[in-house]
Design a protein around this ligand. Structure first.
Ligand SMILES: Nc1ncnc2c1ncn2[C@@H]1O[C@H](COP(=O)(O)OP(=O)(O)O)[C@@H](O)[C@H]1O
Ligand code: SF4
Ligand SMILES: [Mg+2]
Length: 420
């Protein structure tokens, strides 16, 4: 997709644009393929179609079902083999629920998901066990996700034991311990740490242990749910680089969830932006960060401090609070905070019709009736100009509330040994 089309200049605030009919949407792709997926013979590793996860709200004396928290509300995407798909959005927009539903920590309300062309949901017994091994998750909190009463050998070995069979012989303590050591090695920790307990490690080391635990099962697909948000800024880029190295070494594919746009830019090949349970934009990382086409993405990017201190960016302030996912606004969920809706003179279609998630060219997907009307000048003054590097990756992404910091624990002698 190119951006050279002659766009109207940003209208003055007191000069609303006369709304015109929204551009026609391309036809919906054939069933079975995630929205906008380019026609190719290669089956993506992961395909998600119309995924919905509602949490019921029970109320009243009889605890009746009175409504739903629409945490994930019809999300479709695909993840190619070997790629990192980043997922960003404000706190509470449904990122973690999406990850947990995919990995079956919570059942979906509706929708389809496939791994290697095989349906993920509804599996039981042996099939579910096999699938669990191929899809693993790393959590944000490296402290809370490791049992403090277990030594590292048991923390990592627990999953191996659950997946033991005659072929892998993980039921044999010696075989298991060797594998635990190998994966500690792979994540940059010493093999002889196996008898130590989580409290003996620093925050970065605990996250490495969490990664080793996931990798020991030889997964294909790893969901990383805010894996660096709780870590000290100086450690974040080390863990990101480790994840990139491990991807190459073990042929991994990642869904990388974060609220920090710079972190996601650094690690991702493509990026999806979520708002109130829906994906509103999805594109190649370069395309999304240079030419965002959803007003929400433009506003988020305008809030990222530029790595070049001489650049003064024009910040688009999102007015109002994020609406409740239990009662999302009608039509486009974003219309209550959308600067483009105001600039266009509040077109009715924004309040009546949920925009289709449509391909505007080269696999750039946007859910906005007016994506073609986003002024080039506004985009140019909002997007970051400098390349993201290991120095800038952990800069705070203003505008997206950060996760609360977690005490990383005292640095230990191992911190020096492993670099964290
Ligand atoms: N177990 C649950 N029960 C009810 N509501 C939940 C549950 N888990 C998450 N939610 C709600 O679902 C929405 C999305 O949450 P979450 O997926 O954690 O968002 P994010 O990871 O983007 O911060 C939020 O409104 C949250 O309060
Ligand atoms: S559809 Fe309307 S309200 Fe929604 S993002 Fe586009 S302009 Fe804004
Ligand atoms: Mg979350």
């Amino acid at each position: 997709m190119t951006f050279e089309t002659s766009e109207p200049a940003a209208p003055a605030a007191d000069q609303p644009v006369v709304p015109v009919a929204p551009p026609p949407s391309p036809s919906v792709p054939a069933t079975g393929a995630a929205v906008g997926r380019p026609p190719t013979s290669e089956v993506p590793l992961v395909e998600v179609e119309g995924l919905v996860k509602y949490y019921p709200i029970m109320g009243g004396f009889l605890r009746r079902h009175v409504g739903d928290v629409k945490a994930v509300d019809g999300v479709s995407f695909w993840v190619n083999r070997g790629e990192v798909l980043g997922l960003v959005g404000e706190s509470g927009c449904g990122k973690s629920t999406l990850g947990k539903t995919l990995i079956q920590l919570t059942p979906p309300t509706a929708g389809l998901a496939k791994l290697d062309g095989e349906p993920i949901f509804g599996k039981k017994g042996k099939d579910l066990k096999k699938l669990r091994r191929r899809m693993q998750i790393i959590f944000q909190d490296p402290v809370g996700s490791l049992n403090p009463r277990m030594p590292i050998s048991d923390i990592i070995g627990e999953g191996l034991l659950a997946q033991a069979d005659a072929e892998n012989r993980w039921g044999d303590r010696k075989v298991r311990d060797k594998r635990v050591g190998d994966y500690l090695d792979a994540v940059g920790l010493r093999r002889d740490y196996t008898r130590r307990y989580p409290h003996e490690f620093s925050g970065g080391q605990r996250q490495r242990i969490g990664i080793a635990r996931a990798l020991a099962l030889s997964p294909d697909f790893l969901i990383c749910d805010e894996p660096v948000s709780a870590l000290d800024v100086s450690i974040q880029s080390q863990i990101l680089n480790l994840l990139l190295d491990l991807r190459r070494e073990f042929d991994l594919t990642y869904l990388f969830i974060a609220h920090n746009l710079s972190v996601v830019q650094y690690i991702s090949d493509r990026v999806g932006v979520m708002y109130l349970g829906k994906l509103v934009e999805l594109a190649e990382v370069e395309e999304l960060y240079r030419r965002p086409r959803h007003p929400y993405s433009v506003a988020l990017l305008s809030a990222v401090p530029d790595a070049n201190p001489r650049v003064r960016k024009k910040r688009l302030v999102l007015t109002g609070d994020v609406p409740s996912p239990a009662a999302p606004p009608s039509g486009c969920h974003f219309h209550t905070r959308c600067w483009l809706y105001e600039q266009l003179g509040q077109p009715e279609v924004c309040t009546t019709a949920d925009p289709e998630f449509r391909d505007i060219g080269d696999g750039h997907l946007v859910a906005c009736h007016w994506a073609e009307k986003v002024p080039t000048a506004v985009v140019a003054s909002a997007v970051p100009t400098a390349e993201v590097t290991t120095d800038t990756v952990a800069m705070p992404a203003a505008g997206i509330p950060a996760a609360p910091p977690i005490d990383a624990g005292p640095p230990t002698e191992e911190a020096t040994a492993s670099g964290t």
